[in-house]
Design a protein around this ligand. Structure first.
Ligand code: BGC
Length: 351
């Protein structure tokens, strides 16, 4: 079978390899890949800056945003042949730490977790793969190909879960406005979930053309191309760019009792002048919270699946701006100006 592999740490080593079929494993599901979503983490791994091969191997099968169809399922495991499924990305550390011990591997404390297609376990960029039923999530069949948006949705399901928990430190928590920075897939899914919570949505991005402004307006939100009014102080900010000037701005502009959730990973080594005095003064005097959020546990996969199931299918389908067939696999990893979510299709005729 074919699989997209990389040599972690070696730039531009990505290739389409011939790999043996997955080994027999009676307790696991056998899954036929339908599509694989591509994200910034995949490009970072391809650039050689991130990623780890499985122990004892040189190459890593890339891919963590899966969508597949069950071909074989062990009896009584809760899955049946034909189910549309997504594999959970992270596996708990073997110790396990106190978070992994309770199924909160997204909060792993010792860093010994593994991640499919990223850290020490092969990913889902292969024609077929095995999934443990406990690390598999069903997707609403009516989503079809749109189920490939589940993994990025889980990142926001977690972010919103933690925003809600932090917000409830005050009994009067009733946010009205959310600002999302970055109108990529993560930002747009953050905005969708904000809309599903009946919040007033604002999205900031650099683009003033292309599909992003309309996608935000069609959610009933306000799109801000490049700038925000000086006095705009939202209750919640979900930062999805990792861009330093954006970060510096949002950390200072959140409103009283406000919450800033950071989801974008910045590169290190680019110091920027930042007025920590003003940041600290505002944070203390206005009870603001700034926190980071990564990955997702099973509850977030279920919340993400529920959010997608109730979303408008037409709107979701506009997030997938390129569908690349396996023969042209390398094009899926190119970055083009109007891309939002690019997917690699393993099944040509998939809906
Ligand atoms: C993935 C997460 C993962 C993170 C860090 C992201 O692209 O969506 O599941 O935890 O990268 O490796």
């Amino acid at each position: 079978m074919k699989a997209v592999t990389v040599l972690p740490g070696t730039p531009a080593s990505v290739q389409l390899d011939e790999r043996p079929e997955p080994q027999a494993a009676p307790d696991m599901l056998l899954v036929q890949a339908i599509a694989l979503g591509v994200c910034g983490t995949d490009r970072e791994i391809i650039s050689g800056a991130y990623g780890w091969a499985p122990p004892g191997k040189d190459r890593l099968i890339l891919g963590h945003e899966s969508l597949g169809r069950v071909m074989k399922a062990p009896a009584g495991c809760g899955f049946s042949e034909g189910d549309l499924v997504v594999g959970i990305v992270r596996r708990p550390d073997p110790v396990p730490c106190s978070s992994c011990a309770v199924g909160e591997w997204d909060m792993c404390r010792n860093g010994l977790y593994t991640e499919h297609g990223i850290k020490s376990v092969d990913g889902y960029g292969a024609e077929r793969f095995r999934l443990a039923p406990d690390y598999t999530v069903k997707v609403d069949p009516s989503l079809g190909m749109l189920g490939v948006l589940l993994e990025p949705s889980t990142i926001l399901a977690k972010a919103w879960d933690h925003i809600d928990r932090i917000g409830h430190r005050t009994r009067s928590w009733s946010p009205r406005t959310v600002l999302v920075t970055g109108a990529g897939p993560v930002g747009l899914l953050a905005a969708l979930m904000g809309r599903q919570r009946d919040l007033e949505i604002h999205v900031l991005d650099l683009a003033d053309t292309g599909p992003k402004p309309d996608l935000v307006r069609d959610l009933g939100g306000t799109y801000h191309a490049r700038t925000l009014a000086d006095d705009f102080a939202p209750d919640i900010i979900i930062e999805c760019t990792g861009a330093l000037p954006v970060l510096a701005d949002v950390m200072k502009r959140v409103g009283s009792d406000g919450i800033v959730c950071l989801t974008g990973v910045s590169s290190s080594g680019h110091p920027l002048p930042f007025d920590f005095g003003t940041f600290n003064r505002r944070a203390v005097l206005n009870n603001t919270v700034t926190f980071g959020s990564v990955n997702a546990n099973r509850a977030h996969y279920e919340a993400g699946a529920a959010a997608l199931a109730k979303a408008d299918r037409q709107w979701l389908s506009r997030l997938i701006t390129r569908r690349v067939p396996l023969e042209k696999w390398h094009e899926a990893f190119e970055r083009r100006p109007e891309d939002i979510k690019v997917i690699l299709q393993f099944e040509a005729d998939a809906t």
